[in-house]
Design a protein around this ligand. Sequence first.
Ligand SMILES: Cc1ncc(COP(=O)(O)O)c(C=O)c1O
Length: 428
Amino acid sequence: MKSQELFERACKVVPGGVNSPVRAFTSVGGVPVYVEKGEGTRIWTVEGRELVDFCGSWGPLILGHARPEIVQAVCDAAQKGSSFGINTKGEVEFAEQLCGLIPSMDMVRLVSSGTEATMTALRIARGFTGRQKIIKFNGCYHGHADYLLVAAGSGLLTGGITASAGVSPAAVAEVLVPEYNDLEAVQQIVAEQGDEIAAIIVEPVAGNMGLVPPAHGFLEGLRAAADSCNALLIFDEVINGFRLAASTYGSLCGVTPDLTCLGKIIGGGMPIGAVGGRAEVMKSLAPLGPVYQAGTLSGNPVAVAAGRATLDLLVEENPYPVLDAHGETISSGVNQAATENGCTMHCPHLGGMFTPFFGIGPVTNLASAKCCNTDAHAAFFHGMLDCGFYLPPSQFEVGFVSAAHTTADIEAFVSACAEVVASLRSVG
Ligand SMILES: Cc1ncc(COP(=O)(O)O)c(C=O)c1O
């Protein structure tokens, strides 16, 4: 069985052959990979090809594939029953664990995806403040709820779609969209319309236009802007949460949001999401308050078991200094290869997250990210794939180092990058 054959079959029964658009290789071309299995840092394609994975299921697999302790936790939980729709001890302990690790989180509600977490956070914000308008940033992606598909990043950039069809104009009319890192624009909106704004939602470290860290003072400025108009500040940490520390980026940088959205890592590879924050705000949720939210599989015992095992391991092993060192090796290695080959590109990292941007210097917002040479990125992606490395198949995504990657994996990756960058001289 070949990826090509599976893709052709898939295209007949699944729109575009994929269950999520960025998997389709739209921006890099070629036939998408079909995976047979994963273990540690490796995935094996259906053709039996071994690849070193730097996509990590788009973030959740910070401990690598099929980590034995997580597999065991999943099996143990599944054996006791995969879903009850009734409360379990595990979800109480998981909520206690999350609130214990995240100082800004007094209470948390579990959902089944990052999209549900951000939808719920914004409904809480609107219910709590009695206001409708939301500030979201150009190029930040917060899942696929209607009103969040304004100027969203990730697959909407990859596919060249600036907003989705099927979204009613009314849904997006209340969403105001300044550039990421442009605090002055936020302050101006707040000065003019502050008493109508329910929330400012932001990825504290943007990861859906490629990796774009917050400018010095940006997040502090958002906190002050939200306070000045009594709006809520929502950190969407679906990527960031537990990625840079065994907590959130908010805890790490000392800026306290009212609500935090989580997903990805906290499910250890199983479907999960969470929204949590200040008790006064969280108490708006039904059955305590008037904001309705529900889910048949919310707090699913198997997902909770995988999440708890993941967080236990992260706390116990503290892989973060090593992830940061590996990220630094990748960033400096790629930047050096670019300089040596006269290739205009820039590869920032934060901890174990990195993005090689082609044809451009430092990227600070979507406007600069969009100036990238996506053809050079596509050639780089395929060059790396030929060398046995799987990266996210889009310029506007983040590569992830996992705790399973060894120094040898990172060195091999950097030397393959140098080889591929040298071969790209003509396009870079
Ligand atoms: C920052 C951010 N928020 C929300 C989401 C949506 O999460 P999910 O795909 O689990 O619905 C994503 C997904 O990539 C994300 O990166």
